[in-house]
Design a protein around this ligand. Sequence first.
Ligand code: AHR
Length: 495
Amino acid sequence: MGNNMITIHADMTKGTINRNIYSHFAEHLGRCIYEGIWVGEDSPIPNTNGIRNDVLEALKGLRIPVLRWPGGCFADDYHWMDGIGPRENRPRMINNHWGGVIENNHFGTHEFLMLCELLDCEPYIAGNVGSGTVKEMKDWVEYMTFAGESPMADLRRRNGREEPWKLPYFGVGNENWGCGGNMRPEYYSDLYRQYQSYVRNFDGNRVYKIACGASDYNVQWTEVMMKESGRFMDGLSLHYYVVPGTWGDKGSATDFTDREWFVTLQKALKMDEIIAMHATVMDRYDPEKRVGLIVDEWGTWFNVEPGTNPGFLYQQNTQRDALVASTTLDIFHQHCDRVQMANIAQTVNVLQAMILTEGDKMVLTPTYHVFDMYKVHQGASLLDMRVQSESYEMDGEAIPQISATASKQSDGTIHIGISNLSHSSEAVIPIELRGLLSFGAVSGKILTTSAPNAHNTFDQPNAVAPQPYYGFQTAEGKLTATLPPMSVVVLEVKA
Ligand code: AHR
């Protein structure tokens, strides 16, 4: 037996895991929206008003809380009026950021909000600051949310939607330090104050306004934003991608060494210190933690699959991605006092996707399965927990071998998510449940593989899929779980 040990205080909660941490991001990028989600009403692929049924049903299974759209970098190039009205009349545009392909604007505001209704999730729309006007942003919000008579509300009605929609989340720009205008924080901060003034609350709709935040370790951006504009925002975003190599050569999604496995997870764990650094700055200006840290882009970013358009960011998804997902979700949970939402990039066919499609075929990725297994934590109480982990070492560097989360639902059921990051060693983990006189039935699910690069293909869609987990023992009120290398387990402990 090694030195792994998890101690859970079942009677001590540290807060609520905001279910919005399990949110997603879908951009007009490559085959995410077009082909991945939208196939059009005339497609031979079975669809509901143009949205493919297979993807819709799979996404429903994840209970997605919030979906962010239309970008990403695309957001600051997008003019929403191009995406309303009869589709055949909508202007075409160049998708400058993503492959220079022609965007026909067939998926616009009505289609996105219909998708959210079908998924029973809340919309989060990113507005255009980089190349859009204040009026354009003001009109968009009025178009979507104003119930009375106004030029924009009347236009919406003429386009077939009588009732306004609810718009709970609105982002004022995206990566305005980069693709969204290459601005200095001081300049963006002023623009943010101006643009957000016209993001109005109509008819009981209350918009949670999200300012463009930093990426990675850029705390200077956070400092300026909190100091100058903190009082005008509800949320401040943060982007962090896990790139095992360099931006020029990120590494293959499937053809990687043990060292790359290790480095990928090492970089995924950096999310903890990155959040902590931004949260420390936010605490100085907002000690009550009113402003949420919104990690609205995160995930793995590898070289595109050989032979695919470099601008489409299409990558496979292996058990390594599954471990990145589970450990990152564990980190978000621990920061549930500040992290109010997170949106993995991106839902279908782009970066660390839930789903890959090819024509009428669809495959669920290992990352999908982690989100599915972990959804029991959505909205649950985070339990106080101590994780004592063995070191997982490579080339003189070390990271913890295990990562975990324990949460409790209102009926007393406890879920313990545990990941074994090691590519080669099993983990034997005694789990002590303190604060409980006894517990009921225990069951579990496991996602594991024998090869680090195992993944699902259209020919073998279930190569990596959750299985019932029997690798635990209970004796004298104690629980011991044995996790094979490269595995994610969720245990359910009934009250
Ligand atoms: O998710 C892909 C891109 O990454 C987004 O468009 C942009 O915001 C980020 O740089």
